[in-house]
Every structure is written in structure tokens, then in C-alpha cells.
Design a protein. Structure first.
Length: 109
């Protein structure tokens, strides 16, 4: 069995959210996801369950690349501690921070 990539998972969960937001029943949504993505019904239900779960939608909508950052050791320790405490990854925190920074920069010229 081939595992889906993060991008594929993001697309499938997003499609599941759209179906549920449109009022599609779980059974109908599972059939649609199964047909559109070549999934088993069981896997389609897993994506639907994830789409129903609380929390923000996945941020990955495209393939990601690896970058290297240099920062003070104390900041790296704080970042790792925050990631563990919040149940997320350091990459996710950095992605959100950079995205928020760029959005704020564009809003203020």
C-alpha cells in the first residue's frame, strides 16, 4: 500500500471539508472521495473524520522545501519547548510565524 504525501492528504481533507460544508451526508461524501481520489471507503471515512475534527485546516497546499535557519540556541530551545507543549512541530510554528509576518508586511506596505 502506498502512503499519501502531505500534499495529497491536505487536498483530500480539504475536499472532505468542502463536501461536509455543502451538507453532503457522510455516506455520500465517502463515495465521492472514494471515486475522485481512488480511495477505499474506509480511507475516505478517515479523511471525513479528520475533516470533522476540531482545529485549523492543514496549511500545506503545495509541496514544501527544506531550508536551514540560524538562530540563538536559547530561541531554538524555546521553539522546541513550545512545539512540544502545543503538540505541533517546529516547522509548523515557523511556517505560521513567517506567514503572519509576510501578511502583516504586505498590509503595511
Amino acid at each position: 500500500m502506498i502512503r499519501s504525501t502531505r500534499v495529497q492528504k491536505s487536498e483530500r481533507v480539504s475536499a472532505a471539508r468542502r463536501l461536509l460544508a455543502a451538507g453532503t451526508s457522510m455516506a455520500e461524501a465517502a463515495v465521492t472521495l472514494s471515486r475522485n481520489f481512488g480511495l477505499s471507503r474506509r480511507q475516505a471515512y478517515r479523511y471525513l473524520e479528520e475533516a470533522q475534527a476540531d482545529g485549523p485546516p492543514p496549511l500545506l497546499a503545495e509541496a514544501s522545501i527544506t531550508i536551514t535557519l540560524k538562530m540563538p540556541a536559547s530561541l531554538a530551545r524555546d521553539l522546541r519547548a513550545h512545539a512540544i507543549h502545543s503538540g505541533t512541530t517546529t516547522s509548523e510554528i515557523v511556517r505560521r510565524a513567517i506567514s503572519a509576518f509576510l501578511s502583516a508586511t504586505h498590509e503595511h506596505g
